[in-house]
Design a binder for this molecule. Structure first.
Ligand code: SF4
Length: 320
């Protein structure tokens, strides 16, 4: 059984339009169905505005779902309503954010920051909490002496290690990491990516990893879902996506990444134009306004999902 599944997930919200102030409906997620398997890193890739972060928020129950389901360990998270159910849920699923500084309370020492979730959510003794905090800070590659320091005394990379340690203290089953390295220098990014891989390999953790950076995603992922305007248009194993992209949008995203298989004719596409606004979604295939292969039917009909292997799927009329 998958650790987490989304089924035909739709999320929309109201936004005020320009100087008129009229409300418009933003259709952020438009039928997302995917699963996150235990022990894997599933990455979500796509341009800014494609709905990646909204997906993370929906999974964390931070935005309302219009329709569809999110199943965590086989249970619909919409049914988690009591304090106990919500507390149990938020013990098993943790989030790491883009900016580690804003997610760490500047007035608290690192030891307090890491102890806090354990004090609130468990009945562990003070000694046991100290042991867990020391264990987790060591797992992210920091010495326990840092527990007496404040967040401002650390570099960006160290702060992200601390944020990851805080996510680990409750022994979650799933960590949702939303652009966790994009605010860091490139050299530091590699360290955090290697840390996440190390945690996954050695502690059987599962990650939903959200990033716009395909080089990062290639290095870290077991599988990749490509999102466009609130839909998953292609999903596959990392090497399937990089060696044999099927969807023209995937190919366009990959064309800017070094060492991608340039022999595949579809990998020669250059992405043109802007992402349409989610207030005004195109009919048919949502990529048709930017797709060099678009046909008449692409403007009115939505392509079905096609299978290329057990893991590799794509929604595009180019494939019969
Ligand atoms: Fe392009 Fe049509 Fe495929 Fe959409 S369905 S990606 S418009 S060819």
């Amino acid at each position: 059984m998958a650790l987490l599944e989304t089924e035909e997930l739709y999320v929309e919200y109201k936004s005020k339009k320009g100087i008129t102030g009229n409300e418009e409906t933003v259709r952020a997620l438009n039928g997302i169905s995917l699963d996150v398997r235990r022990g894997e890193i599933l990455s979500i890739a796509g341009e800014s505005g494609c709905g990646k972060s909204t997906l993370a928020k929906a999974i964390m129950k931070l935005v309302d779902v219009k329709s569809g389901e999110i199943l965590f360990e086989g249970k619909n998270i919409a049914d988690f309503k009591s304090k106990k159910e919500l507390r149990d849920f938020y013990q098993k699923i943790q989030m790491v954010f883009q900016n580690p500084y804003s997610s760490l309370n500047p007035k608290m020492k690192i030891g307090q920051i890491l102890s806090e979730p354990l004090v609130i959510n468990t009945k562990y003794s003070k000694k046991e909490i100290e042991r867990i905090v020391e264990e987790k800070i060591s797992q992210v590659g920091l010495d326990k002496s840092v527990l007496n320091l404040y967040p401002h005394e650390f570099s960006g990379g160290q702060r992200q290690r601390i944020a990851i340690a805080r996510a680990l203290v409750l022994e979650p089953a799933l960590i949702v990491a939303d652009e966790p390295v994009s605010a860091l220098d490139v050299s530091i990014q590699a360290q955090i990516i290697n840390l996440i891989k190390h945690l996954k390999d050695n502690y059987n953790l599962t990650f939903l990893f959200i990033s716009h950076d395909l080089s990062v995603i290639r290095h870290i992922s077991d599988r990749i879902a490509i999102m466009y305007l609130g839909e998953v248009v292609e999903l596959g194993l990392t090497e399937e996506i990089f060696q044999s992209p099927k969807h023209p949008y995937t190919a366009a995203l990959l064309s800017s990444v070094p060492q991608v298989n340039k022999n595949n004719p579809i990998a020669q596409i250059r992405l043109q134009g802007e992402l349409p606004s989610p207030q005004y979604l195109p009919l048919g295939c949502k990529f048709h306004t930017r797709c060099p292969y678009a046909m008449e039917k692409c403007k009115t009909q939505m392509p079905e999902e096609k299978f290329f292997s057990d893991f590799h799927t794509c929604k595009c009329f180019l494939y019969p």
